[in-house]
Design a protein around this ligand. Structure first.
Ligand code: UGA
Length: 443
């Protein structure tokens, strides 16, 4: 009989993990406290935009291998070999630390129903020490007591590539405290390890820290190149050339070295803050003090973008029309959590401009968060009469748009490329003033 898997929390991470586990051949039960979300998933509809996930979900809902519920009792009665915890861990309001209320709620909700030995594997991003604390709570609350074994199996998937990253990850990390938990996780991931995916087996704390460290490193890499962009602007250099030149050094590499408006989303910003907070609790705050600077550099990019846009509006936003291309925190996602694009759009609106936003997928989510911004249905509709266009999320659609055509719709040919993703040459040839973060005024 196929192994049984439960997945608790069906957001970007959980819904993807559930569908991918079904794809690997397992019987999967997904659970969420949000009945609306569960109704959509049961219908085979993904409640957010993630390329390739709709097909996978529909396929396995139709085959009957993937089902959903809102009941912890049903999850416990499913007889899962492994229960995966995939709920989110946002930033606590007014603090740097992670808010663990959803993870805690899973333990409180599930544990009282667990009367048979089983393995629970956390995938959520948590501060070091969380897994040990949760293991104690399971032992206290579950009728099966110490028969409920906790493991930590951090997730490294990127939104926009979630399915590929889950089915063909760079590596698997499993933090375990017992041979039984290790064997259960090795079994479930055997199709991936057999295909050559490396697996690193650690203790619980190391597994938690690997994820914290990975996101801290990625954030640092982005802020490093954005700090270079600041220096390039002051010295008259071109950060795109600088980045290219660095990228040929195999020790540095070119990935996550694209300068621009910086990082946002539901992960990197809150994860580096939670990491700093945890280091403080552990008495090693100095070790991560540099992450404060990483965060500062990142936030300065947004301010610099607004300044560049104001320059292009001849020093004042008052009475100006500003078109914003992009609202999602990155392309191929409809996620607007801590989106640099929306942050810039909203602050320009507050400074007196009329701002019209267009995003291929994220308009609806953006409008919920910032209803006072205007939204357009197409890239060209957004630029009608614009004094300046701001390119803030690098969707392919924007790279493919013809500057000659766009010119017919604007009141002034000025564009600021916040992602260094458009062809400066092509836009300048079409008569545009093209500006970008970290690059010389012309040439
Ligand atoms: C990130 C990590 O990349 C994943 O490995 C991790 O699993 C995930 O967080 C998580 O913790 O759940 P994600 O937030 O989906 O994934 O997005 P990224 O692709 O990492 O991009 C993050 C931000 O950095 C975006 O705003 C992007 O525009 C920006 N970025 C990325 C840059 O500004 N420059 C770059 O060179 C690369």
């Amino acid at each position: 009989m196929a192994a049984r898997i439960s997945v608790i929390g069906t957001g970007y991470l959980g819904a993807t993990h559930a569908a991918c586990m079904a794809e690997l051949g397992y019987e999967v039960l997904g659970m969420d406290v949000d009945a609306g979300k569960i109704a959509m998933l049961t219908d085979g509809t993904v409640p957010f935009y993630e390329p390739g996930l709709d097909e996978l979900l529909a396929k396995h809902v139709a085959s009957g291998r993937l089902r959903f519920t809102t009941s912890y009792q049903e999850v416990a009665g499913f007889g899962a070999d492994i229960h995966f915890i995939c709920v989110n861990t946002p930033q606590r309001k007014g603090e740097y630390a992670a808010d663990l209320r959803y993870v805690d709620a899973v333990v409180e909700g599930l544990a009282p129903h667990l009367d048979q030995p089983t393995v629970v594997a956390g995938k959520s991003t948590v501060p070091a020490g969380t897994a040990v604390r949760l293991a104690e709570r399971f032992a206290e609350l579950a009728p099966a007591g110490a028969g409920v074994e906790l493991a930590w199996n951090p997730e490294f998937l990127r939104e926009g590539f979630a399915v590929g990253d889950t089915l063909r990850p760079d590596r698997l990390v499993i933090g375990v405290a017992s041979a039984r938990a290790e064997a259960a996780l090795r079994d479930v991931y055997a199709p991936l390890t057999d295909a050559g995916v490396p697996m690193v087996v650690t203790d619980l704390a190391t597994a938690e820290l690997v994820k914290n460290a990975a996101n801290a490193f990625l954030s640092t890499k982005i802020s490093f190149i954005n700090a270079m962009a600041e220096v390039c602007e002051a010295a008259g250099g071109d950060v795109m050339k600088l980045s290219e030149a660095l990228s040929y050094d195999a020790r540095i590499g070119g990935r996550f070295l694209v300068p621009g408006l910086g990082f946002g989303g539901g992960c990197l910003p809150k994860d580096i803050r939670a990491f700093m907070a945890r280091a403080g609790e552990l008495g090693v705050d100095q070790a991560l003090a540099f992450l404060k600077e990483v965060d500062e550099i990142n936030m300065r990019r947004r301010v610099r973008m607004v300044d560049l846009a104001r320059e292009q509006c001849d020093g004042s936003f008052l009475g100006k029309r500003v078109a914003v291309w992009g609202a999602a925190f990155k392309p191929d996602s409809d996620d607007v959590r801590d989106s640099p694009a929306l942050n810039v759009a909203a602050s320009i609106l507050l400074q007196g401009a009329q701002v019209t936003v267009y995003d291929p997928k994220a308009n609806d989510n953006a409008a919920k968060l910032f209803p006072t911004l205007a939204y357009a249905d197409t890239a060209l509709e957004a630029v009608q009469g614009a004094h300046v266009i701001l390119h803030l999320t690098e969707w392919r659609e924007f790279r493919e748009i013809d500057p000659v055509v766009v010119a017919e719709h604007v009141s002034s040919r000025r564009i600021v490329d916040g992602r260094n993703a458009l062809s400066a040459e092509q836009w300048r040839e079409a008569g545009w003033t093209y500006r970008a973060l970290g690059r010389p005024v012309a040439g």
